[in-house]
Design a binder for this molecule. Sequence first.
Ligand SMILES: [Zn+2]
Ligand SMILES: [Zn+2]
Ligand SMILES: [Zn+2]
Ligand SMILES: [Zn+2]
Length: 432
Amino acid sequence: MIGDASKSQDVSAEAAVHIAALMDLFREACRRQDWTLNKERGLKGWTDVRCSAGHDFSVTALDVVTSPRPFGVDPGEPWCGECRNISWVAQCQADLKVVAEAQGIELTVTNKRDATGDGHVVFSAKCPEGHVFTLTGARTRTWRGDPVVLCARCKEVAEFAEGFAKIEAVVRETRSAIVKKYVNGADVRCRRGHLHTFSVDSWDGRQAIRPDFCGDCGKMAKFQSFSESAKDLGITILESKWIAASRPHRAVCFAAHEFGLVPNKMKRGCPECPRGMYGGSVPPHDVYYVVSGLDATTGKETVKPGISSGSGYNRLRQHAEDGLTAQHLRISGLPAGTARTLERFVLDGLDREGWLSTRGVEYFPSAALQDVLDLAGEWFTNVSGLSPRPVVVDVSDVYSAVEPPEVLDVVDVDVETAVIFDSDDARVELTR
Ligand SMILES: [Zn+2]
Ligand SMILES: [Zn+2]
Ligand SMILES: [Zn+2]
Ligand SMILES: [Zn+2]
């Protein structure tokens, strides 16, 4: 049941008084804006008005009286959009003159207006460098309020200079080299030999000029840490390079199972080995070796330093099958952790010397062999408590000592001539 009819009539009659009062307030507001009311259409209808500058438009009385800032504008400002635009354009123009003067730019007014439709006046301009261009007040400041460089050509010159300065800094910092310089960029070669192109003609391009620019090196670093984590699980990565965190990489476990190891699912380790095997019971790496030969994967003469366990034969047989048949060094029975420390030392040293790997992060051109052996020797000399036995091996002797490569069996180098430092020394010193 809705109240009786006489009562609802009372409500509308009572409201009429208030509506009339609101309309009075609306007219008062229009008067203060210096508007002329052409046709009133009540509280909610569109009332036609004309501002003092003669712009015609319509507003609702409700919009005007129900907000302290009708149309988002203070009552002290013109509510007429067109008037407001005109004053905004005038402000822009005044600001343009200030900014242009600060930058030494001569402005000459034209009778054109810009394409935005806002009514910005087009000026022809000349910068101190003599560049001639046109501009308006539409964009003299950034959103932060800082003045923009008005001459696009000068801005570009400054940006290019900034970009090239960044390239120089990055090249210095990363020990890379500029291979070729272009007007808008440069080709660089990172210290590992990867080529990369920097461009200075876009914001994104200039942002990309950073010390970590080399994607190939980034991938190598990823591959290296993946390979190290695999070693913690007693797994050797056979894959030549990083593929993706979610993709399988060819690998082999201590028990010689071959499988695909997915970087972001490494915990399980080898799927064929019994679960729990990797809870600390992984046989330690205790063999350090250096092999070389014609790598079947890359077709390049290659030297490969590495680590293994036991006698190392399993791993060395795999290398022999890959073409790396010549052994230059095989030190077995190293105390726990030593082989990996030595390996890290040699790999870091090769990186410092600027050797670029031929695949993965542990295969190098055979020309690096002497550095590999020197580094291994240096490590043994430096490790405290080890007494080095400085038997220097001539590399060519080692090569000639190797049997023909068609024999795929692991070639055992004569220990008396090939082992630079006898691991027995190490074992005695470190386990005592
Ligand atoms: Zn107006
Ligand atoms: Zn200029
Ligand atoms: Zn690189
Ligand atoms: Zn396994």
